[in-house]
Design a protein around this ligand. Structure first.
Ligand SMILES: NC(=O)c1ccc[n+]([C@@H]2O[C@H](COP(=O)([O-])OP(=O)(O)OC[C@H]3O[C@@H](n4cnc5c(N)ncnc54)[C@H](OP(=O)(O)O)[C@@H]3O)[C@@H](O)[C@H]2O)c1
Length: 279
């Protein structure tokens, strides 16, 4: 792991960049298109969106323009989207995949995720993802917001193990048990809201560590993700932050730094609880 194009190898052999751009809450329009283009221009090779973000068309436009400008091929980019809760079901999920592809203007995704573990629904959706995968329509399939018991339940009937679980993960929610479980099962953990949506950036412990390396708190947190073996996808629409957030491959936190950051855990979520959500 030594640059922005460095990858982790998923349990099916597909390579996924350790670092990517998230675009949650970014509406369709030039800000979105420019953020995606800026990310590609500055070396990002992974973009994370979802049907529910209602921005797949702009993400697609940013991807196409960004690839053209950077002179790189579609195959060099790793694109993730997610099926929303109202589309969970075998036929519904197959159809939702086509809709996402159409909006993005792509003919395959690198990773397609079940966005939330809606009881009674995610197994049919998983069969749809397995079908897409077996047909070669998607490079990798996975889940998001799955707790250990959801993963156990899914894997009881699954033909194919999820390759990724994307969950809320930051120094206030370190997910140690879940990470041990996913590691044991060869499922790559991926962090959403890695910066806790900007709420941790003035924490004194983090500021102290950041000063030691002449880095920002955001860079320290994102480096901590990587050293913990967690894929990370911070969101920014500001070009200077898109650039700065990715400058995490030129320093290394010590074991003590990592422990100190781990110790900030409070099992505190900024997003919904996967065991108690009603959408
Ligand atoms: N699977 C799921 O259920 C799920 C849920 C939530 C998110 N996600 C994914 O994870 C991605 C990241 O999570 P997130 O967007 O919730 O939160 P985040 O990446 O933790 O934080 C984003 C916020 O921090 C600000 N920011 C970014 N870099 C900064 C920096 N260097 N200094 C100061 N502020 C900075 C951004 O503002 P500016 O844009 O103004 O820079 C934005 O307000 C999402 O975009 C989405 O792709 C997935």
């Amino acid at each position: 792991m030594n640059n922005l194009q460095s990858t982790t190898t998923l349990n099916n052999g597909v390579k996924m960049p350790w670092f990517g751009l998230g675009v949650f809450k970014v509406e369709e329009g030039p800000e979105l298109v420019n953020a995606v283009k800026a990310a590609i221009k500055h070396g990002y090779r992974s973009i994370d969106t979802a049907a529910i973000y209602e921005n797949e068309a702009g993400v697609g436009q940013g991807i196409h323009e960004g690839l053209l400008e950077a002179g790189i091929n579609r195959e060099e980019l790793f694109v993730t989207s997610k099926v929303w809760n109202s589309d969970l079901g075998f036929e519904e999920t197959l159809a939702a995949y086509e809709t996402s592809l159409q909006k993005l203007g792509l003919d395959y995704l690198d990773l397609y995720l079940i966005h939330w573990p809606v009881e009674g629904k995610y197994k049919d959706a998983w069969r749809a993802l397995e079908t897409l995968y077996k047909e070669g329509r998607v490079k990798a399939i996975g889940v998001s917001n799955f707790q250990i018991h959801h993963l156990e339940d899914l894997m009881r009937d699954a033909e194919i193990k999820p390759m990724v679980n994307q969950v809320e993960y930051h120094p206030r929610l370190t997910q140690k048990e879940l990470q041990a479980f996913t590691r044991e099962h060869g499922i790559q953990l991926e962090a959403w809201s890695p910066l806790m949506q900007g709420q941790l950036l003035d924490h004194p412990d983090l500021q102290q560590i950041a000063a030691k390396y002449n880095k920002t708190v955001a860079q320290v947190i994102l480096r901590w993700d990587l050293q913990n073996g967690v894929v990370t996808i911070p969101k920014s629409t500001k070009e200077h932050r898109i650039i700065a957030n990715a400058q995490v491959f030129d320093f290394k936190l010590t074991e003590e730094d990592i422990k100190q950051i781990d110790n900030l855990n409070q099992n505190h979520r900024v997003g919904p609880d996967p065991d108690n959500f009603d959408f």
